[in-house]
Design a protein around this ligand. Structure first.
Ligand code: ZN
Length: 246
């Protein structure tokens, strides 16, 4: 069912017992954050695949820091939008149990959401790839904004954000938590994700196997459209309705 009957999504949420949101880059574009983890893409003259490529990082960390300076290390200037804020409100009033996100922009937690599973990690912390010393975001952002490359204060090694790069495995703990949440869910809201990249692409199936329902809100088609109980193209329109009616 693809359509504009936005009121149906309100009923889905109201009637659900355990609703889980699965979010992707599409929900942050309203906050001015580019969809930079797509399969291909160029952002600000930098090659996105190269930027998040693990081997590239090992051989030349400066590429990542130069390419990401303007958005990953400028997160303070990006504000949570109506979708992040409404998801937080739904959690606070018991209508949403958790958020599983592919995003690395920290906007769910900045909006106040509590149970957030960050599948691709986040730049909240950074780790020295030599000695394992941890550094927090503020520390590193301050250095990157001065066009410098952060180095470990303990061993002078290179420091990598705790974002899962291409070529790295997901954290099995986060993945397990995501599978558990989806298995419990009787409603999955897939928001702003094209449901192409694994494991996000298969997470809704854990709910569907247990008799749950999937509602997709995404600008473009997804491979799971055919098995979704509801399918809407316009995130902002849907969340304005949720704000109004729930
Ligand atoms: Zn170190």
């Amino acid at each position: 069912m693809v359509g504009d009957n936005v009121s149906a999504i309100i009923e889905f949420i109201k009637e659900s017992q355990y609703c889980v949101a699965l979010t992707g880059a599409g929900i942050s574009t309203l906050s001015g954050i580019p969809d930079f983890r797509g399969k291909t893409g160029i952002y600000n003259k930098f090659d996105i695949n190269k930027m998040f490529d693990y081997n590239t990082f090992l051989s030349d960390p400066s590429y990542y820091y130069k390419a990401s300076k303007d958005f990953i290390y400028n997160i303070e200037n990006r504000k949570p939008n109506i979708i992040h804020l409404e998801l937080t409100r739904l959690e606070n009033c018991g209508l949403l149990k958790s958020i599983i996100t592919q995003n690395i922009d920290l906007l769910h937690t900045r909006a106040g959401s509590k149970k957030v599973i960050e599948l691709h990690g986040s730049p909240r912390t950074h780790t020295c790839i030599n000695c394992g010393k941890k550094f927090d975001y503020e520390n590193i952002a301050c250095i990157v904004r001065q066009d410098r490359i952060p180095l470990c204060t303990f061993c002078n090694g290179h420091i990598k954000p705790d974002i899962i790069f291409f070529g790295e495995s997901l954290d099995p703990l986060f993945l397990q938590q995501a599978v558990e949440e989806c298995s419990k869910a009787d409603l999955i809201l897939a928001l702003g994700t094209s449901l192409v990249v694994q494991p996000a692409a298969s997470l809704p199936l854990y709910s569907l196997e247990n008799g749950g329902s999937l509602v997709i809100v995404n600008q473009t088609e997804t491979p799971l459209d055919e098995i979704a109980a509801g399918r809407y193209p316009d995130l902002e329109k849907v969340f304005l309705e949720i704000k109004e009616c729930l």
